[in-house]
Design a protein around this ligand. Structure first.
Ligand SMILES: NC(=O)c1ccc[n+]([C@@H]2O[C@H](COP(=O)([O-])OP(=O)(O)OC[C@H]3O[C@@H](n4cnc5c(N)ncnc54)[C@H](OP(=O)(O)O)[C@@H]3O)[C@@H](O)[C@H]2O)c1
Length: 249
């Protein structure tokens, strides 16, 4: 099967790396960003192009959600399978007469961070059983955790991921701003962060909550509010409000 990956961002890079790492050849990596494409091409020994989209059996579109539809129009062949990797778009966001699919990897991808692909849950949606088999086989070659999911469910999977990953990471960024402002090395907090994540493998997140808000320690909450301003103060108040509402304090 000839596979073309479209895009040169985080997901395109990791998809190409995961497949080539398992000996699955990628016929082409296609996109508009020559600099990034050539870097990926050189590292993974995969041909690239910014001009001529190669004929293939499967196209995996890994571009920003806003551009999926536009980019999908560049595939004019009908007897091909086209999948996107977005968590929130329906497969119908693909604008062509080909067979459409969703191929969503539930992980946070950054080019500079290596990943254990085996552990990544993949959610697949296709138009028919044959395409389901193709994409299940492909995903199963890199991951031990491949599932089917319709768009309705996937929207909520993605939403949960925004809370569990993107928001949490943003709080790390805000936390680092605070520690940087006092010249406290952020490294001090890494064991705490690691334990916070480890703990929820064994205890429900709701049961694992600690800190001044769940203890309703008003004196500490007020002290912290005096140390903060602007956006971080707003986040602090919103988070405490949310914690206290959950525990009915
Ligand atoms: N990153 C994640 O953790 C993650 C996880 C699961 C799913 N996804 C999904 O995977 C897809 C790709 O995400 P990503 O994180 O890889 O994004 P990204 O790193 O920001 O890369 C986006 C890619 O899309 C290209 N692009 C944007 N608009 C384009 C257009 N009009 N024409 C051609 N190429 C265009 C960009 O090219 P330029 O460099 O030229 O802008 C770039 O190669 C998205 O649907 C996203 O929701 C992401």
């Amino acid at each position: 099967m000839q596979i073309v990956i479209i895009g040169s961002g985080n997901v395109a890079y990791h998809m190409a790396k995961a497949f080539t790492g398992k000996g699955i050849s990628i016929a082409q990596i296609f996109g508009r960003n020559e600099k990034e494409l050539s870097k990926i091409s050189e590292e993974l020994k995969v041909p690239y192009s910014t001009g001529q989209l190669k004929d293939a059996d499967l196209y995996i579109i890994c571009v920003s959600d806003n551009s999926v539809e536009e980019v999908s129009r560049s595939i004019i062949k009908k007897d091909v399978l086209v999948a996107h990797t977005s968590g929130s778009l329906p497969k119908e966001a693909l604008a062509g007469e080909y067979r459409k699919a969703s191929f969503y990897p539930l992980q946070t991808f950054s080019k500079s961070k290596e990943l254990e692909y085996e552990k990544i849950p993949f959610f697949i949606e296709t138009e028919n059983g044959e395409d389901k088999k193709i994409l299940f086989e492909l995903a199963s070659s890199i991951s031990k955790n491949v599932m089917e999911s319709n768009h309705e469910k996937r929207k909520y999977i993605h939403l949960t991921a925004v809370f569990a990953c993107n928001f949490v990471n943003h709080l790390f960024s805000r936390a680092k701003e605070i520690s940087d402002s006092q010249e406290i090395p952020f490294d001090y907090f890494l064991p705490l962060i690691e334990e916070t994540v480890q703990k929820i493998h064994e205890i429900e997140p709701k049961m694992a909550q600690t800190g001044p808000a769940v203890r309703n320690d008003v004196r500490v909450l007020q002290l912290h509010e005096h140390l903060l301003k602007d956006e971080s103060l707003e986040i602090y108040k919103t988070m405490n409000h949310s914690i206290q509402e959950m525990y009915e304090l």
